[in-house]
Design a protein around this ligand. Sequence first.
Ligand code: 6PG
Length: 472
Amino acid sequence: MDKYNYGMVGLGVMGRNLLYNIADNGFSIAGFDLDEEKVKELQDGATSEMKVKGTVTLEDFVSALETPRKIILMVPAGKPVDAVLESITPLLSKGDIVIDAGNSYFKDTNRRVADLASKELHFMGMGVSGGEKGARTGPSIMPGGDLEAFHLLQPMLEAISAKVDNEACTAYMGKDSAGNYVKMVHNGIEYAIMQLISEAYDLLKRGANLNNDQLYQVFKEWNNGEMNSFLIEITRDIFHQKDSLTDGSLVDQILDKAGAKGTGKWTSEQAMEIGVSIPTIDIAVTSRILSAYKEERVQASQLYAKNEIATPENIELFIKEVGDALYLATLISYAQGLALLVKASEEYQFEIPLKDVVKIWRGGCIIRSVLLEKFYTAYSKDSNLSNILLDQDISVIVKDKISSLRKTASFAASNGISSLGIQTALGYFDAYTTESLPVNLIQAQRDYFGAHTYQRIDREGVFHTSWQTATH
Ligand code: 6PG
């Protein structure tokens, strides 16, 4: 009996869809899940052209695969991954490859790589983005780890991934857990963009009194131009969705408490750990936390009633400015996430190819946008760019939109409309583009009370001063 090319552990919607995608592309694949019902669903949903086999014991699953075995895990991050590894590794042979396609924490992946290497097995972390639909029709795939093992998977990954200009949205992301790291940062940027879009929505809704039909039109127009992206596109559609339980739009019935599974938080923690400034991503994480204080917010809104919002005189112009502000703040969020990847690549010796990262984010993933095309051009010119804001062509866009970002931030601030993402994007930009920051004073204070020393602008060395207490 012919052995199967690939194996998939975890047949939830993501696992099953990815499996069918692999089978659609002519590869044979066996699936395993502890839940026999899911195995049955897999068999029932497969077409007659697909070479698919469902298994209910790990022994059957492992023995159905050709060697070296190539086993993809699509199980929840954390303990479930370790549990699968514990039961499957004794059944594997030297050279077999286990690929974790979930949103695993990169440090867990490093530990697992070392653990499996001690058993002469390969373990790889592989980010997959695009949700359930993407998994089925073409996601963006971010594999990292052992290069030889990657080469064995490459033809399949290129076949199943999304395509932009006939180029596959998958590439080798670097050593060790680089695949998980890149996916984590992808999600951090995703959090920032979603935060910014929600703020633009609030400004248009409360600032310009647009209703959902008008919001639909605005997002439609935005999506048809330079702001074309997956997140703008689905936002457009959300404004069109009627509620099945009431007469209105569904979006108006959704409680304003945002959930989170943790990848955004990891991105912020990582940036703090290795010393990279990503304030718009940080604020997006913390805004979701703040949103959960619903009851307190209700109480505070009564205590601190706000003045009526001063509707802008020229609504058309206001909408354009909010659009430009959103575009630029989004660009700045990508800049922060990409800068984190640059530093992480050095810190952990991942050797992440930034040019390939933006290339494979152009399609399939949640943060896909036409803007990434411009980043791809920038990294094609200079693959060592430390921050995308330093690119000449990008600076032309920034200069064109910056006054809209300032006006929008100022409108929000003066009308008491919370716009944490927009404000931090602007604040980051202003700090990043300031030659002399006022932190000379912070250094003086640190030296004053703690003898922490300081450097000078006019000579080399480290200095400490016995600061004098002013007597009057
Ligand atoms: C993707 C998504 C996916 C998932 C997010 C949701 O790229 O396909 O990012 O990985 O939907 O992790 O994250 P939160 O639940 O934390 O918003």
